[in-house]
Design a protein around this ligand. Structure first.
Ligand SMILES: Cc1ncc(COP(=O)(O)O)c(C=O)c1O
Length: 420
């Protein structure tokens, strides 16, 4: 891709108008929307208004006037995005807490054998939560399926492991390291056939790939909303529990917001019906209010258009890397086939850490470029179709090239200091 092609692609991009709906820092290229999405301008306006009018002026009255309905309104928007019914999704807590709740509920339910399985591509918090539950439920071992490479799951090993250890499985639909994308429907069907259930962590997938819970026969899923959904730092997570399971699972964190009538202040806990029983404490209103602009933008743009542009951008980047950067020592650590990949591309290089520092520093009339580094030697580049421009991808490739050719990365220490 040369500069004129990149500019032409930007001009013809059907999503081009969405970039201006975000705050875009000057002289900076942002390729870390897979960790924390940019600030939607509408979120800033909403927060100003809520802080001033609802918190400042209306105070406690705002619960009845606006706040009690807020989690439900946002949940229903997430349900639309994910092909679920609005009474199957709730918003709140973090992904880690949601995972704990549903795994605990499943282990307590006797619906499935008490085996816990995950794989080595999963995110550490998922492994930690499962390890904790393994101890709490006295389960003999946590089955972590591992593969020869850190890029792809070996689906045959995973399927075989489910046959050997049927039970409760947790997978990240898009792996945080390599962006490997699992075939959701195929694995859900396999799990069901073998008396098992997969809990899907969609943190790296939602807002970047098209997901339909009905079509994929998904039963439980959750994920964070601060990456491609641009919900803001620490934005509340979403949780989906298929209707058929809701009455058979109970929330292990029996807080008052999950009570059938929280404002009766009854001394006995009576679980709310359906998905509402998964609420625990008071919703974090400011974070929830901030996250709404993000889901609104995704719904307005349409997930099909977003996913299409994601594939196009990641493919163009990978082609350029193959042509220009692999001869300079870079390797691609993500699946090449875009049907098996989410919206970030991971590279490695013997000098990954120093290259990352050089990107972040910018200079010599070059903009700062923000990727993220994951030990031991991965540099991840997130492509967020709502704001990533083709021209930025062109600049990224050329900067990666010139940092190595000019050896400017040698100006940076090999010692790892900050987390990016
Ligand atoms: C796949 C995955 N799951 C879970 C989390 C953590 O979510 P939370 O901080 O909301 O608990 C992350 C964070 O990056 C993640 O990438």
């Amino acid at each position: 891709m040369d500069l004129s092609l990149a500019k032409e692609l930007d001009q013809k991009d059907p999503l081009v108008q969405f970039r201006a709906r975000f705050f875009n820092p000057k002289n900076e290229l942002y390729f870390d929307g897979n960790s924390l999405g940019k600030l939607p301008l509408e979120a800033q306006k909403t927060l100003d208004q809520i802080i001033q009018k609802q918190w400042g002026e209306r105070l406690i009255r705002s619960w009845n006037e606006q706040w009690l309905e807020l989690p439900k309104r946002i949940a229903s928007k997430y349900a639309t995005l994910l092909g679920a019914d609005s009474n199957e999704v709730c918003i709140g807590e973090s992904t880690s807490v949601r995972l704990f709740q549903v795994l605990h509920a499943l282990l307590s339910s006797n619906l499935f054998p008490k085996h816990l399985t995950t794989d080595s591509l999963n995110f550490p918090t998922d492994l930690y939560i499962m390890d904790g539950l393994k101890k709490a439920f006295n389960i003999r071992f946590l089955n972590v399926v591992s593969y020869p490479s850190e890029i792809n799951a070996n689906l045959n090993s995973l399927k075989e492991s489910i046959v050997q250890n049927p039970g409760i499985i947790c997978l990240s639909l898009v792996s945080y390291k390599s962006a490997f994308l699992y075939p959701m429907q195929l694995l859900n069907r396999w799990a069901e056939k073998h008396h098992s259930l997969i809990v899907w962590d969609l943190s790296h997938a939602v807002g970047a790939v098209s997901i339909d819970f009905k079509k994929t026969e998904t039963k439980i899923a959750l994920g964070c909303t601060y990456k491609y959904m641009n919900g803001g730092p620490g934005a509340p997570a979403f949780l989906y529990v298929n209707k058929t399971l809701q009455e058979r699972l109970s929330n292990p964190i029996q807080g008052w917001f999950g009570h059938q009538r929280p404002f009766d202040f009854d001394t006995n806990y009576v679980a709310a019906d359906g998905i509402d029983c998964f609420a625990s404490g008071t919703p974090s209103i400011l974070s929830m209010a901030a996250m709404e602009a993000g889901i609104d933008l995704v719904l307005e743009a349409g997930i099909e258009a977003i996913a299409k542009k994601s594939k196009k951008q990641t493919e163009l980047f990978i082609n350029s890397v193959q042509r220009i950067l692999t001869p300079l020592g870079y390797s691609i650590e993500s699946p090449i086939n875009s049907d098996q990949r989410g919206s970030h591309v991971t590279l490695s290089h013997p000098a990954s850490w120093q290259i990352c520092q050089a990107l972040l520093a910018g200079g010599n009339s070059k903009p700062k470029i923000i990727p993220d580094f994951r030990p031991p030697h991965f540099i991840r580049f997130g492509f967020t179709p709502l704001y990533t421009q083709y021209e930025e991808i062109f600049i990224l490739v050329n900067t990666l090239k010139s940092i190595v050719l000019s050896e400017s990365y040698l100006n940076f220490s090999k010692k790892k200091t900050t987390v990016t």
